[in-house]
Design a binder for this molecule. Structure first.
Ligand SMILES: NC(=O)c1ccc[n+]([C@@H]2O[C@H](COP(=O)([O-])OP(=O)(O)OC[C@H]3O[C@@H](n4cnc5c(N)ncnc54)[C@H](OP(=O)(O)O)[C@@H]3O)[C@@H](O)[C@H]2O)c1
Length: 291
């Protein structure tokens, strides 16, 4: 039986992996949150791996506060770069395959066609550049790794755009959302399935991959679809990036080309609108269960 360690397991993606993993029987999962295994603490990372043979490590641990990162460079670097370096080193020593999640923010967003894995990276802010440092650490240390760059992740768990819109939709009757940044929303449950497929199929096509759902949209159109599907009446106004300044600069265009992972793993990639419907239904069930 394979043993799979999931770090940062209490985050959005970690929780989706827990849900999806319920349908797999042949894998033993070890889930750790930041207090059980802090990836920035090299000694505890090394001693954790000494206890048991771990075949795969799925790293869901990350510093993900994009704007806050601009003023917390040290913290973001410690988690997204140094922590990932620790994992890469122990994975090398213990022959563990590392599956790491990265981001569309490694690109500057100046292209106008989907980004390929081979395109030049050029992050615009601290978050993107620390995530890129994490990627570099893995590439320098390991041969057996999967780095999956994804975009606009959302689900019923954690903090994400879908949940923020639903909350604002309850509290406000007017809202302005940016309409000149293009990308693709990705349902984190889909990403979790892709990660498990890599493990279940014993894929040895190591390297960097892009994975997002299908289609291209803007934050404004994403919000519009969330309110339409949830039947929330709201006066939604489209604004430009200039009209909605943020601490961190966002890529104007961050659509990822997912053909490589689609072909390698023989997977179907769903259109983002179809998945949003599913996510809204699952969120509503989840909320009812929480009550
Ligand atoms: N969210 C997006 O839109 C998006 C888009 C593209 C890529 N990604 C990438 O996708 C991955 C998963 O993102 P997500 O949305 O699941 O993020 P998330 O919900 O913020 O989860 C990150 C988890 O990492 C944990 N963590 C932080 N520092 C840690 C440490 N030192 N040791 C162990 N765990 C630590 C956090 O725990 P605490 O809360 O206890 O600190 C949190 O549970 C990340 O690599 C992210 O960069 C996300």
């Amino acid at each position: 039986m394979k043993t799979v360690l999931v770090t940062g397991a209490d985050g959005q993606l970690g929780k989706c992996i827990k849900d999806v993993a319920k349908s797999t029987e042949k894998i033993q999962f070890i889930y750790t949150n930041s207090s059980e295994l802090d990836i920035t603490n090299k000694a505890s990372v090394f001693s954790f791996f000494a206890d048991e043979k771990i075949d795969y490590c799925i790293n869901c641990a990350a510093y993900t506060a994009v704007d806050k990162a601009e003023s917390e460079i040290e913290k973001a670097t410690k988690i997204n770069a140094d922590g990932v370096q620790n994992l890469a080193e122990i994975c090398k020593e213990t022959e563990t395959i590392l599956i790491h999640i990265s981001t569309d923010f490694v690109f500057d967003g100046t292209k106008n066609t989907p980004y390929l894995e081979t395109n030049k990276t050029n992050p615009k802010g601290v978050y993107g550049s620390t995530k890129l440092q994490g990627e570099e650490a893995i590439k320098n240390v390991l041969k057996k790794y999967f780095i999956i760059r994804t975009s606009w992740l959302y689900s019923e768990y954690g903090s994400n755009f879908m949940k923020t819109m639903l909350k604002l939709g309850k509290d406000k009757n007017k809202l302005s959302v940016v309409n000149d940044q293009k990308g693709t929303p990705t349902y984190a449950v889909d990403l979790a399935k892709v990660i498990l497929k890599i493990i279940e199929t014993n894929s040895n096509n190591f390297g960097i991959y892009h994975y997002s759902n299908k289609g291209v949209t803007t934050w404004y159109e994403f919000a519009q679809e969330i309110f339409k599907e949830s039947k929330i009446p709201i006066d939604l106004k489209s604004v430009t990036t200039e009209e909605y300044p943020t601490a961190a600069e966002r890529p104007k265009y961050s659509v990822l080309d997912s053909s490589k992972i689609k072909n390698d793993l023989q997977i179907e990639i769903h259109f983002w609108k179809k998945n949003l419907k599913k996510a809204l239904q699952n969120f509503s069930k989840y909320e009812k269960n929480q009550k």
